[in-house]
Design a protein around this ligand. Structure first.
Ligand code: NAP
Length: 350
């Protein structure tokens, strides 16, 4: 069997691509990923990074306010039960993803809950194999598998995810629990500077915990953070544990000085932000597509979403280490569907 277009990934890029491809009558199939322990551990479960966040206040079209009636009529009861109440909030990340998913299904996208583990781009049509063993061919592919935030790997980080542990200040920083109290950011690159500077707008103080005595960040971004009187740096320090309890979530961190192991300190904080980089989810691709040095799929003809292999398009965070926002991912998802549609038409495959 040969699909016209296969979309791999189920974040805002994947669903937006599916909505556009379905409306163009391409009959897209979406591999949304598998629900398994491996994906849970890696942070790559279906619905992507937004499924790991709470409120989303910056996705246009979802203003704060009581959305109950609208959301209840859009999502079936079985799923509705697992979602947070949303009075006074825009929309929650999981809700936004469920709504996009439903919108894609309404237009006829076929959704398969399985991972793609192999994609042979040397054959035409491309040959695809899923984790459960399904094999099929596809003329075009849209890769929208996203990226996962790197965490230190502490059990305590995992325990308090969504309860004060985050890897996205822009997504979560303005939430009530992070306002007017101290926060901790770990990392020393541009992301850490950006997150700390952003968080300082809301927090009473921000501690950057960095393992060395100098930042990797660009001078301009490092200076901006260092000149902010709310930001304090704990140099040569690592985080041994995120502290907290079930009721309050994160209450602080325990740090250790790497030069003098006896120097251990507890910092009180209502939030902990990991800013130690992201990893694009490209393992299943092998080395078949051109990528940047840090492994992000390269858009070879920007602003188009073409990749180094004709008929393969990329959308969202898997190809974007710059903006990394739900709305930009949705935008490139739309572009990828339109690019795929034109390419299929040019090949006489529409
Ligand atoms: P990055 O530049 O790779 O920096 C990661 C930081 O995390 C480094 O300081 C690193 O420490 C630290 N780190 C990594 N693993 C760690 C661990 N296990 N324990 C403790 N610390 C750890 O990543 P990034 O800051 O996310 O930036 C990624 C790319 O995006 C860069 O090219 C950056 O310039 C770009 N970016 C640009 C902007 C902007 O221009 N507005 C904003 C954000 C990101 P070491 O320094 O000791 O290795």
């Amino acid at each position: 069997m040969t699909e016209r277009v296969t979309i791999i990934g189920s974040g805002p890029a994947g669903w937006t691509a599916a909505i556009y491809a379905a409306r163009a009558n391409l009959g897209p199939v979406v591999y949304e990923g598998a629900f398994n322990e491996d994906n849970r551990q890696k942070g790559t479960l279906p619905l992507g990074q937004l499924a790991l966040t709470t409120e989303v206040e910056n996705f246009p079209g979802f203003p704060a306010g009581d959305m109950t009636g609208y959301l209840d009529s859009s999502i079936d009861d079985g799923k509705r039960r697992y979602m947070a109440p949303h009075e006074k909030q825009g929309v929650s990340g999981p809700e936004l993803m469920e709504l996009m998913r439903q919108q894609a299904i309404n237009f006829g996208a076929k959704v398969i809950t399985d991972d793609i583990v192999e994609l042979k781009l040397s054959e035409r049509p491309f040959r695809v194999r899923s984790l459960s063993g399904t094999e099929f061919n596809t003329h075009a592919v849209i890769i929208a598998t996203g990226a996962r935030a790197n965490y230190l790997g502490l059990a305590s980080e995992d325990r308090f995810k969504n309860m004060g542990v985050s890897a996205c200040a822009v997504c979560d920083g303005a939430l009530p629990r992070f306002r007017n109290s101290p926060l901790v950011v770990v990392g020393g690159g541009d992301s850490a500077m950006e997150e700390a500077t952003f968080l300082a707008k809301y927090a009473s103080a921000v501690y950057i915990v960095h393992r060395r005595d100098e930042f990797r960040a660009s001078k301009i971004m490092a200076d901006r953070a260092l000149n902010n009187e709310k930001i304090h740096v704990k140099w040569n320090s690592v985080i041994d544990e995120v502290l907290g309890d079930d009721e309050n979530g994160v209450t602080g961190v325990r740090i250790r000085n790497v030069d003098d192991e006896s120097q251990v300190e507890e910092l009180g904080a209502s939030g902990y932000f990991a800013a130690i980089g992201h990893t694009p989810n490209t393992d299943f691709l092998g080395n078949q597509l051109a990528t940047s040095e840090s492994g992000y799929v390269t858009w070879t003809q920007p602003p188009r979403t073409n990749t180094s292999v004709e008929g393969v398009f990329a959308a969202g965070d898997v190809a974007d280490d710059r903006y990394k926002q739900a709305i930009t991912a949705a935008g490139t998802g739309c572009a990828a569907a339109l690019d795929a549609e034109r390419w299929l038409a040019d090949q006489g495959l529409e």
